[in-house]
Design a protein around this ligand. Structure first.
Ligand code: TXA
Ligand code: MG
Length: 334
């Protein structure tokens, strides 16, 4: 049965299609048949598979060339559907979901048995989130199952904030790419772990700020502590991640730029006396506006094939935490 379906559906989408109701319905058919669909969310584009279907989820790792130990986030369209995904729902989960869902917050909780191990990278916990993007929610509803979805890019590459970015990374490897415009937040969701007693800790900073979560909880949100072996609490958080192919350097404005043909991402205003050979993009000196355009700017500059991309580092304040996390990873050579 599965084999017959996989013969009919070929994993060969080369271009995105507009997310009309008809195309969303067709995409849901692909998902139910165990195939992959890229879809827009408010953070970045996701690469979705039926979260209950281990062999469908398997295809995500193949298409992305991603190690199977990296856990995926499961996306639901309605808060009550988390009961198919997680087996505990502490009061703090309810509180955070009430405040931030639909939206860019992922809650990591003990996994329900219905979610196969491949989704969680063998962990006993799973990340769940209710996205805000109307196309994402319509697609999950039409598929009738939660969708396991990482960002729709090849492993270690820049995350996609448009359907075009997805096509340039995954064309020919997935069944369909739904175009729902540019992602509003432009940076991945914030991932927090919630323990059985309801304690909340930070696994990955993201589009919802730590300060916002702390306000709702009326308590500080510490980083997840690493165990004595130094094992990462959030497998898949490789230091080098979210990176363009072009070498990325963090260069404060007072420092000289490298020699050669390069590109520059400036903060707040154009850099004075910039040589004409250097392509410059100026991003807002405010974290949300900056995050919204960061990946798109790096995608654009990366495609110029320059010798380097220099970037003026933003302030090291809490408001810029998620942006600084991504920049550190993108500029790392590990
Ligand atoms: O905004 C987003 O979160 C996007 C959109 C598509 O929803 N998704 C996304 O997925 O960024 P991905 O796979 O690129 O990153 C998911 C990260 C993992 O790298 C891991 O750090 C964390 O979420 N994560 C997921 N499940 C986890 C778990 N059970 N324990 C610890 N960390 C987990
Ligand atoms: Mg990713």
């Amino acid at each position: 049965m599965t084999q017959d379906i996989s013969k009919q559906t070929d994993a060969t989408a080369r271009h995105a299609v507009v997310a009309t109701p008809e195309n969303i319905a067709l995409a849901a058919t692909h998902l139910r048949a165990g195939d992959l669909v890229a879809f827009p969310t408010e953070t970045v584009y996701g690469l979705g598979a039926n979260a209950f279907d281990a062999s469908a989820v398997e295809k995500i790792f193949t298409a992305k060339r991603r190690p199977r130990t990296s856990p995926l986030i499961v996306h639901v369209a309605d808060a009550q559907d988390t009961r198919w995904v997680v087996r505990l729902w502490p009061n703090t989960a309810e509180l955070l979901a009430k405040h931030f869902w639909p939206g860019p917050l992922t809650l990591v909780l003990p996994k329900a048995d219905s979610i196969p191990d491949i989704v969680s990278g063998g962990l006993d916990t799973v990340g769940v989130r209710l996205p805000e993007h109307p196309v994402a929610r319509a697609l999950i509803r039409a598929a009738g199952v939660p969708l396991a979805a990482p960002s729709a890019n090849e492993f270690m590459q820049l995350s996609p904030t448009s359907a075009k970015h997805v096509a340039s990374s995954l064309a020919g490897r997935i069944s369909m790419i739904l175009d729902g415009g540019n992602s509003r937040a432009g940076i991945e969701s914030t991932v927090v772990a919630i323990s059985a007693d309801g304690a909340v800790s930070m696994l990955r900073p993201g589009a919802i700020k730590r300060r916002q979560i702390e306000q709702v909880l009326a308590a500080p949100v510490p980083d997840v502590h690493w165990d004595s072996q130094g094992t990462a609490p959030s497998p898949g958080m490789h230091v080098r991640h979210y990176a363009p192919r072009t070498r990325l350097l963090l260069v404060p404005r007072e420092d000289a730029l490298p020699v050669g043909q390069g590109a520059l991402v400036s903060l707040g205003s154009a850099r004075p006396a910039l040589p004409r050979a250097i392509e410059e993009i100026v991003l807002p000196a405010e974290p949300d506006g900056y995050a919204q355009r960061l990946y798109a700017s790096l995608h654009a500059l990366d495609s110029l094939d320059r010798q380097w991309i220099a970037l003026e580092p933003p302030p090291r304040t809490r408001e810029w935490e998620a942006v600084n996390d991504r920049l550190r990873r993108a500029a790392s050579s590990d």
